[in-house]
Design a protein around this ligand. Sequence first.
Ligand code: UVW
Length: 318
Amino acid sequence: MSESPALSELLKDAPTNWGKWGPDDEVGALNYLTAEEVMRGISSVKSGRVFTLQRMIGDPKGDPVWPGRTPAVRTQILDESDWDEGGKGPDFPGGLHYADDKIEAFLQGSTQYDALGHLWFDGKIWNGHSADTTRGGLEKASIMPIANRGVVGRGILLDMARWRGKDSLDSAETFTHEDLMACAKDQGTEIAKRDIIIIRTNYMQQFHTKGDAFYENFCEPGLVYSPELVEWFQKMEIPNLATDSIANEVTFDPNTGVALTLHCALMRNLGIALTEICDLEELAADCAEDRQYTFMYAAAPLKVSKAAGTPVNPLAIK
Ligand code: UVW
């Protein structure tokens, strides 16, 4: 493959939503989730069954993370042993004992929301703010405005793995917005304007089966950039894209070699919120059974000052 183009060249004619919601906006396409959209999400609830979409932090089988990050480490600080002879447990009146623990974790090392200022090219983050605003912590477009706002709307599951007749998509396998529409149709539904799109690849199954080899020639499957795909996301006013992969798109674009093009085209440029590393297995099995692929989606990423992203346990309510 010849040398990869710069993102500024590749996306020079790509649409942006910069300025659309004012110069100070920090939540981007989540603005599409008006009260009306919240009600549309609520009206898609049929039985009241709740699915939690977070992967467990500290899974004994391991936590998949973007290369260069490390899984969370949970440390026990206090337990009953601290009240054994010579232990360090505090001596409270009444004899109270308690367990305490802490984690050291990448804020994006599990199911998580990206802040809109999480990544950039050409020295500019979402809404045209200078990348200098990220020094020492995000002054603009951190996770805080998204965490303060919360995310509620109608979600639609697109089970790409089942649609392709596979347990899990393969490394570097791609699909397009046309595939998403075809998958929706075969599931007996249709992607509506302002839907929160949730895509299942079940690629993390390979994290468990391949062991260390999972990170060799790392290239996740996922959506692949094209100008038409970006136009479609823009025209459909998609507020939020969630997947069960680590980075929501094919890692290296097979046509250009560029890494994470859609993070730039969809998140940095259009302000679409990204939710990553979801666990969609129970939800997908249920949807395959009852054929109800739309539901209320609700998520509240953790509030961490200046953070580039934070953990979340999204809910799908059918
Ligand atoms: C990177 O940070 C590079 O990716 P992600 O958005 O998947 O965390």
